[in-house]
Design a protein around this ligand. Structure first.
Ligand code: HAM
Length: 424
């Protein structure tokens, strides 16, 4: 019998994990600079939270959720995204009562969607996201977008395109909805059965149908931007002004509707324009969700946020041929010639590591030559060889592998010596 990772999931092995850690380091640094402290919510939540939050008619809720009953007969769902859970937590912990609004939060962790596997689309993927809840200042929309762009740029990505749109407010959505029904209704029988039921329930969802996206009526569908009222239009103008001030270029795409129901006003996606990335080019998606906090049981608290998967970020880096700087240096390899020497090697390794000197030794009882080769393969900065004479004299020769320089150092002074060398 042989076991494989479940479809749509992957093992991330050493060699890859260093890249993940580097990206996470960049993310944590930027979140601290922009002041979005981390929130950790459970991997599963009540199913109803996502039905209400993400929306009953979305693909995520209709087709993609990992839903199960626990032993207490409660319906639970592995989180398909982070926003609904963060909003739940904001309400549950009454963060709306904090004096400084918006409350700014970030998260990074696995999300689960039962999707068709392809490059850039997984069933378990890791999202980094932020939410700023409790403000409807267009400057915060721009800040959130700037943070997302900054993450990609700090990772070294260049071929990026920011697409923005406004979905307007409730009134705008209602008018647009009417227009959409009028537009699609006469030909709805040419669309898939999902779209047919979307026409009644949520015609906006027709626009992001994965089956009918090439139908000619899609391109001519009424655009939301044509229905924006004065307030929504002016909000959108201000967001754009702030983006201009930040020097962030963007393209306005009236067809950007996003696949989740909670959005209104600003929506955005960041795409990669790198050749060879494959069919999936959207790296990051986000937008404003005024009304979601009320939907989840809290007081009026407008919010905005985004999420990006680390998987797609790494794929985009690969497509651009960019390498993250993930050098992890092995400082010291201790070669031990016999059992006595091995005892000393273990003791020295522990004292080196306690001072932050990364140290490796042999655990396969290999001959000296094989141990030296291993030190070489691991790119050790220094090597010491311990044998009978070194133990007798309580000294070792430290060899610098890049310069070839050798120096005899007493055991008691090794930590000191190496620490000083490291500092140089
Ligand atoms: P979303 O557009 O569903 O939005 O997902 C955001 C990002 O998650 C995508 O742009 C992509 O990077 C990544 N992603 C989604 N599905 C997959 C998948 N199957 N495999 C790999 N990566 C994937 C949201 O989730 C919203 N919660 C974003 C948000 C936060 N809006 C406001 N606040």
């Amino acid at each position: 019998m042989s076991f494989k990772v479940p479809r749509g999931t992957q093992d991330i092995l050493p060699g890859q994990t260093e890249k993940w850690q580097k990206v996470e380091e960049i993310i944590r640094h930027l979140c601290s600079v922009y002041r979005y402290p981390e929130i950790r919510t459970p991997i599963f939540e009540s199913t109803e939270l996502f039905q209400r939050g993400v929306g009953d008619t979305t693909d995520i809720v209709q087709k993609e959720m990992y839903t199960f009953k626990d032993r207490g007969d409660r319906s639970l769902t592995l989180r398909p995204e982070g926003t609904a859970a963060v909003v739940r937590s904001y309400v549950e912990h009454k963060m709306f009562g904090q004096p400084d609004q918006p409350v700014k939060l970030s998260y990074i962790g696995p999300m689960f969607r039962y999707e068709r596997q392809q490059a850039g689309r997984y069933r378990q993927f890791v999202q980094f996201g932020v939410e700023a809840i409790g403000s409807k200042d267009p400057a915060i929309d721009a800040e959130v977008i700037a943070l997302a762009m900054n993450v990609y740029e700090s990772c070294g990505l260049k071929d990026l395109k920011l697409v923005i749109n406004s979905l307007g407010d409730h009134e705008v959505r209602a008018k647009h909805r009417e227009a959409l029904v009028k537009h699609f209704e006469p030909h709805i029988h040419e669309f898939c059965s999902d779209c047919q039921s979307r026409l009644e329930k949520n015609p906006l969802r027709i626009l992001d149908c994965k089956v009918d996206h090439d139908h000619p009526l899609m391109a001519t569908a009424p655009a939301l931007t044509d229905y924006l009222n004065e307030e929504s239009a002016s909000y959108f103008e201000q967001v754009k002004k702030y983006l201009d001030v930040l020097g962030i270029s963007y393209v306005v795409d009236p067809n950007l509707v996003r696949g989740l129901d909670y959005y209104n006003h600003t929506t955005f996606e960041i795409m990669s324009t790198a050749e060879g990335l494959g069919a999936i080019t959207t790296l990051c998606g986000g937008g404003r969700y005024n009304g979601l906090v009320e939907e989840i049981g809290g007081p009026e608290s407008p919010g905005i946020g985004f999420a990006m998967s680390i998987e797609r970020l790494l794929l985009a880096l690969e497509a651009e041929g960019k390498e993250l700087d993930t050098e992890s240096q092995l400082d010291m390899y201790i070669v031990a010639m016999d059992e006595e020497a091995k005892l000393k090697a273990v003791e020295l390794a522990s004292s080196f590591r306690a001072k932050g000197i990364s140290t490796e030794l042999d655990y396969s009882n290999r001959k000296m030559k094989a141990q030296m080769k291993s030190a070489d393969r691991q790119n050790a900065q220094w090597v010491i060889v311990l044998g009978e004479s070194e133990l007798a004299e309580q000294k070792a020769t430290v060899k610098n592998m890049s310069s070839g320089h050798q120096e005899m150092v007493p055991f008691f002074d090794l930590v000191n010596y190496l620490t000083k060398q490291k500092e140089q």
